[in-house]
Design a protein around this ligand. Structure first.
Ligand code: ADP
Length: 266
C-alpha cells in the first residue's frame, strides 16, 4: 500500500540546505544511520495525488546508477521526498567547477555511468522525460547517477511542462517531443546525446546564444550541435546517432551502453 514508504518525520533530521529545485528547497539530512537528501514540496508545486500513486513504482526502481528514492513523508506539509545523498552535487555544476581537470577517461566513464542507469530505466519501461546534466548527480566515489526520473509529470507549472513554456527544456527535446509531446525511451536517447555533449564541453550550455525558436528552426533544417573539442570522433558519431530525426533510427540505451563500454576497452 501507499503507507509502505511513509517515513516517520520524527526519524528525519534536516541538517542543512543544499539547493533549491522545481518543487522547493533541498536539504541534506539524516534518516537513521543514513545521510539523505530531503526534497521539500512547496504547496501547489506538485500534483501530489498522482505522485503518491507513482511513488510506489519509483520506489521499486533500484540500480547503482540511479539515485534511490528511500521514502516519503506525505502526511505532512510541506511533503518530504527522501533520496540517497550525493556528495558531489549536480553533474552540471561539477563539470563547470572541474574544468580543465577532467581526463578523457573520466568523461567517458561519466557517459558510461549514465548509460547504465538509463539502460536500466529503459528495461523497466520507465521514461525519464528530463534527462540532462542538471538532473544527474555525482556520488562520493565520483560515479554519476541519474536523478529526477519521471518527475516532470507531477510539476504543476505550465511554463515548465508545456513545450511552449519558457522553462520547457527545448534544447534537450527530440523533434517528436517538441511537436507532439511524444515521450519515449527514444526521446530519452536524444536527450542523452545532448548530455554527452554537455559532458565533453565540461558543462557548456547547448546552442548557447540561440533562442528556443531558433533551435527548433535549426533542428528542422537538419542542423545539429558541433563536435566538442575534447570528444573523439567515435563519440561524436554516437551523439549524432542519438539525434536522428526518426526515433526508430536512434540506438537503444542497451546498444549505447555496449558501444561506450567497448570504447572504454579500446
Ligand atoms: P529539481 O527538482 O529542480 O530537479 P534538483 O533535483 O536539481 O531539483 O535539486 C536541486 C539541487 O539540490 C541540486 O542541484 C543539488 O545540488 C541538490 N540535490 C538534489 N538532490 C540531491 C541528492 N540526492 N543529494 C545531494 N544533493 C542533491
Amino acid at each position: 500500500s501507499s503507507e509502505m514508504w511513509e517515513l516517520d518525520p520524527e526519524e528525519l533530521d534536516l541538517v542543512k540546505e543544499v539547493g533549491s529545485g522545481q518543487f522547493g528547497l533541498v536539504w541534506q539530512g539524516q534518516w537513521r544511520h543514513l545521510k539523505v537528501a530531503i526534497k521539500t514540496v512547496r504547496e501547489g508545486a506538485m500534483s501530489e495525488e498522482e505522485f503518491k500513486e507513482e511513488a510506489q513504482v519509483m520506489k521499486k526502481l533500484s540500480h547503482p546508477k540511479i539515485v534511490q528514492l528511500i521514502g516519503v513523508c506525505m502526511h505532512r506539509t510541506p511533503m518530504y521526498l527522501v533520496f540517497e545523498f550525493m556528495e558531489g552535487g549536480c553533474l552540471n555544476d561539477y563539470l563547470r567547477s572541474h574544468r580543465g581537470a577532467l581526463s578523457p577517461e573520466t568523461l567517458l566513464s561519466m557517459c558510461l555511468d549514465v548509460s547504465e542507469g538509463m539502460a536500466y530505466l529503459e528495461s523497466s519501461n520507465f521514461i525519464h522525460r528530463d534527462l540532462a546534466a542538471r538532473n544527474c548527480l555525482v556520488a562520493e566515489d565520483r560515479s554519476v547517477k541519474v536523478s529526477d526520473f519521471g518527475m516532470t509529470r507531477f510539476v504543476l507549472d505550465d511554463q515548465y511542462t508545456s513545450s511552449q513554456g519558457t522553462k520547457f527544456p527545448i534544447k534537450w527535446s527530440s523533434p517528436e517531443v517538441i511537436k507532439y509531446s511524444r515521450f519515449s525511451s527514444k526521446s530519452d536517447v536524444w536527450a542523452f546525446g545532448i548530455l554527452v555533449w554537455e559532458i565533453y564541453t565540461e558543462g557548456r550550455v547547448p546552442y548557447e546564444n540561440r533562442t528556443n525558436t531558433e533551435v527548433v528552426e535549426d533542428l528542422n533544417a537538419g542542423m545539429r550541435l558541433l563536435k566538442p573539442r575534447m570528444a573523439p570522433q567515435p563519440l561524436y558519431q554516437l551523439m549524432q546517432w542519438c539525434w536522428k530525426e526518426t526515433p526508430g533510427d536512434r540506438p537503444s540505451f542497451a546498444v549505447l551502453l555496449h558501444e561506450l563500454a567497448s570504447m572504454q576497452e579500446g
